[in-house]
Write a new protein. Structure first.
Length: 309
């Protein structure tokens, strides 16, 4: 599997309210909504994608906003913190901006010399902004946040695990290299791909098992260039004993899924074809885009979904 995984592709979470979720990511964080579609298995629920101008793999946060969904509980066996990269020196701006927006859980921290600002999402989601070099990335400025402060994409993510050893072995098999440990957290990094290249494993042996709900990460997706690479990854995983789904067409990428030893659901997603396959780049995320099988029911679906700005 060496050199096939190219860092993170997207992170998908759940929310209790579509309007609140949309406003938080497009206004408070200043990301671009790059796709407005529906959950393939529950078309009465949006699937919303937020990212940079074109939804570059490694920048895209996605949500299933199940109306009124109870909140999840934090614990072991989850992606506990999703980390966004911002330009070096931008955390002062973000601390003031998020405080003015009423965002809770603001906390300055650092890990392995990187300055961080932790905060909560609308449903208690765990987030952090991490100062990083642009590494060829540009922030979306259409949300009112300047280029010198705007979110560049993902920095990485932090897992909370009762025992991190087996997940660490899996990441190594996927091409990640084990780096430093600070306290109960060990960093893994992958090279040769996009800038969303770090994963931190936090060992929490005494924590209760996390339960999913609003504010929980549903799955975390890793990027591969194309379907041929994805099939190689699938073959390698299955040869090692993992139960991997068949390839599933998600319109904007092809996906396979498998459950990790620590309980986190992994996805391997292709960089092709991208979010501009059915919309012009200038108008990404404006219209409701439906999978083929739901297009005959557009009127009924639209009546059940709240309008989004």
């Amino acid at each position: 599997m060496k050199n096939l995984i190219k860092g993170l592709h997207h992170v998908t979470s759940m929310a209790a309210d579509a309007t609140e979720n949309n406003n938080f990511f497009t206004r408070t964080l200043g990301l671009r909504r790059v796709k407005k579609t529906v959950n393939f298995d529950a078309p009465e629920v949006y699937h919303l994608y937020y990212g940079d101008e074109v939804g570059t793999p490694g920048s895209v946060m996605t949500y299933f906003p199940f109306g009124g969904m109870p909140g999840g509980t934090r614990g072991a066996g989850e992606v506990g913190v999703t980390e966004f990269a911002v330009p070096t020196g931008a955390l002062g701006f973000w601390k003031d901006h998020l405080a003015a927006q009423g965002v809770s859980g603001l906390k300055d921290s650092a890990f392995l010399g990187e300055a961080r600002l932790e905060f909560d999402g609308p449903d208690g989601d765990g987030f952090a902004l991490v100062e990083a070099e642009p590494d060829g990335r540009a922030s979306w400025t259409g949300g009112g946040i300047g280029a010198g402060e705007g979110v560049l994409g993902f920095h990485g993510a932090r897992f909370r695990l009762a025992d991190a050893a087996a997940t660490g072995e899996l990441l190594t098999f996927m091409g990640y290299q084990k780096e430093e440990t600070e306290g109960s957290v060990t960093r893994y990094r992958i090279e040769g791909g996009n800038a969303a290249r770090t994963l931190d494993l936090e060992e929490v042996p005494d924590a209760r098992q996390a339960t999913q709900g609003a504010g929980s990460v549903h799955h975390i997706a890793f990027a591969v260039e194309d379907r041929a690479a994805q099939l190689e990854v699938r073959k390698a995983l299955m040869a090692t004993g993992y139960q991997v789904t068949p390839v599933i067409d998600r319109d904007y990428f092809w996906a396979i899924y498998f459950r990790t030893p620590g309980g986190v659901l992994f996805e391997i997603a292709t960089n092709e074809p991208g979010f501009d396959r059915d919309e012009d780049t200038a108008h990404l995320g404006e219209a409701l885009m439906l999978p083929d099988r739901y297009r005959p029911y557009r009127a009924q679906i639209e009546r059940r979904l709240p309008e989004l700005a």
